[in-house]
Write a protein that binds this ligand. Structure first.
Ligand code: CA
Ligand code: CA
Length: 338
């Protein structure tokens, strides 16, 4: 009863102070437009037609014309129908369509077939999200790679610079099943665009011949079900309504060290939150509100624990980030009820 009372207070306060945030979390809308490639302006009939899938664009960096990403739909023809298309047999993970993308090719150094879309709304800085997608190695590709993933940006620039927000660390060679790639994301910017592909150079990508008798040299993958969903107000991940495969854990983004708060829901009269799990070296602490604005900060504290005064803070949802001089940023979500 004690806790539920505070939740009610907090909820009413949030409705007054942060109506947009609350409404958005209740909807739990996928930020990715046409996330299953179902919507199309025309049925595919030849190579290089990903732009027939509404909202999706070719990213031409390191691409070699006329090659690019292929689009497959049950209404397609000429090898671009599903489930039996040019690259082999695969039912879509969801619906009647999917895409096929190359992570690497001997066609050219650092050759890529990355694609991008504008998110339905920009992400909220300081908020947590779950990002995921489904991939399947194509039946007729000789080679398989690691590094297929997702990169977010505030612009349409997606350089091949060995950085991204999710990628497969293992070589993806399952050509029968769809494999789920997933990670938690702390949005440090108002990301407005998503790209899918391989954002690592050839020198940093591992390739393996998994089908010596297969005819095609592109390392080609089917893609479907691309999702970005906000965590719940309690900080729990929210997955798309697709099967989650535990065997695909171990991707970047899941291993980030987290701060621990003695309690992350503080009620009336509480003046201090105890922060645990701080890095040992010099660390800056930054407290942000739900919109990602800095509320207060403290420089060069040292771990492992610290009492942070919260008596002056208004009710609401906050994110506390510990930024060490050396090492990974650690974060925790803090809820304050008044
Ligand atoms: Ca689909
Ligand atoms: Ca297959």
């Amino acid at each position: 009863m004690y806790r539920s009372g505070y939740f009610e207070i907090m909820y009413r306060r949030l409705l007054v102070s942060l109506p947009a945030l609350v409404a958005f979390n209740l909807n739990a809308q996928n930020y990715v437009p046409n996330w299953s490639f179902e919507d199309h302006v025309q049925c595919p009939s030849q190579f290089n037609q990903i732009q027939l899938a509404t909202g999706w664009n070719k990213h031409l960096l390191n691409n070699v014309a006329p090659h690019h990403v292929d689009y497959f739909h049950t209404c397609g023809s000429g090898g671009f129908e599903v489930p039996g298309g040019f690259w082999g047999n695969q039912l879509p993970s969801t619906g009647q369509a999917h895409a096929a993308i190359s992570t690497r090719s001997p066609l050219a150094p650092d050759y890529r077939e990355n694609i991008y879309a504008q998110l339905i709304e920009p992400l909220t800085p300081g908020a947590f999200y779950t990002i995921s997608m489904k991939v399947s190695h194509t039946d007729l590709s000789a080679g398989a790679t690691n590094n297929l993933g997702i990169k977010l940006s505030t612009t349409t620039a997606f350089p091949i610079d060995n950085t991204d927000h999710l990628h497969a660390t293992a070589i993806l060679d399952d050509h029968v099943n769809w494999v789920t790639l997933t990670a938690s994301l702390f949005a440090d910017s108002a990301y407005a665009y998503i790209a899918v592909g391989n954002f690592h150079t050839d020198a940093n990508t591992t390739v393996s011949t998994v089908c010596p008798s297969c005819p095609y040299v592109h390392n080609e993958y089917y893609i479907d079900d691309i999702c970005i969903l906000p965590h719940t107000d309690n900080g729990d991940p929210v997955f798309c309504d697709i099967a989650y495969t535990p065997s695909t854990t171990g991707f970047e983004g899941e291993a980030k060290p987290e701060l621990t708060l003695l309690t992350n829901l503080l009620g009336p009269g509480e003046q201090i939150v105890r922060i645990q799990g701080l890095p040992g070296g010099p660390t800056d602490l930054v407290l942000m509100d739900a919109m990602g604005r800095t509320v207060t900060r403290r420089s060069s504290v040292a771990g492992p624990a610290l009492d942070w005064p919260i008596g002056d803070l208004a009710a609401g949802t906050y994110v506390l980030a510990a930024v060490p001089a050396n090492g990974e940023v650690r974060t925790a979500r803090l809820l304050i009820a008044r």
